[in-house]
Write a protein that binds this ligand. Sequence first.
Ligand code: AVJ
Length: 327
Amino acid sequence: NQSATQPEVLNASKNSAEAFYKDVIKGLQSTPKRLNSMYFYDAAGDKIFQELMDCPEYYPTNCELEIFSEKTAQLAKAIIGDGDAFDLIELGAGDATKSSYLLKYLLDEQIDFNYLPIDISISTINYLTIKLPLTLPGIKIKGLNGEYFDMLKKAAALSNRRKVVLFMGSNIGNMPVTEATAFCKELRNHLAPGDMALIGFDLKKSPKVILAAYNDSEGITKRFNLNLLTRINRELGGNFDLDKFDHYAMYDPETGACKSYLISLADQLVTIGKETIRFVKDEYIYMEISQKFTLMQTDQMASNTGFKPVSRFLDNKKWFVDTVWMA
Ligand code: AVJ
């Protein structure tokens, strides 16, 4: 009977290097070329993302931090239900700065819950499982390193308590709308009636504000994107020349899609392991989507995927929303 407070991590990905290689090659052999932004988060990428969250132009984190720090009690009340013990599962927990407000409140109120952070970054999960028991004494935490649904299944197998799934930070925006819809349907399939999801959506707003967040003047977002090429060089034996790629971000107010690309500055050949990838000058690699929503679209997303939207929490500027859905 092991204690849930042990800094012990479940890790799904024995062959994660192989999966990474296959995915990268497949993406770069496609037309148009693409890479999956899920791979941004190695230890160096985690660090650059931290810098990004501290940069004045990147607003989503501060907006959601405001919600979690100023509306903690209301958020907690929305997810506590009848007060029975539950599992609080966080998809893409990151450094858990925002959710820590909620965790602290639940601990102070002596609510019985297990905290199960899931993250694609092993360094993030190791950090959380060591750090949180120190900053939040009494927390019952079990870190899960891997992809969302692989780990959600593992988390579900650990108990039959009611589940509340946190999917914050506009992580859902990293999928195009049709994929996000499929994701929410799959999430719903992993849940039982009475379970809940708390999902953070970045809202449509001034296109200039949005574009600046993904095209910051210090070039942090550029480094964040280029870091994936560095990671491929290091982990997969690539020879990308970072000086031969530039970052390009665009926001389309019509669709709400904010997209990032790396543009090849020359005709060039790049080798990765035993594969060679040809780039022509000005060819792009599609790196990431950060989808923006209206409030109405978030409600539609809930009802289209088998959830009922029960409450929502906005920051003062109304730039970001955390919605609570009931399965
Ligand atoms: C961590 C996925 C929410 O899309 O806003 C920040 C990642 N990319 N700047 C986002 C990101 C470029 C971020 N998410």
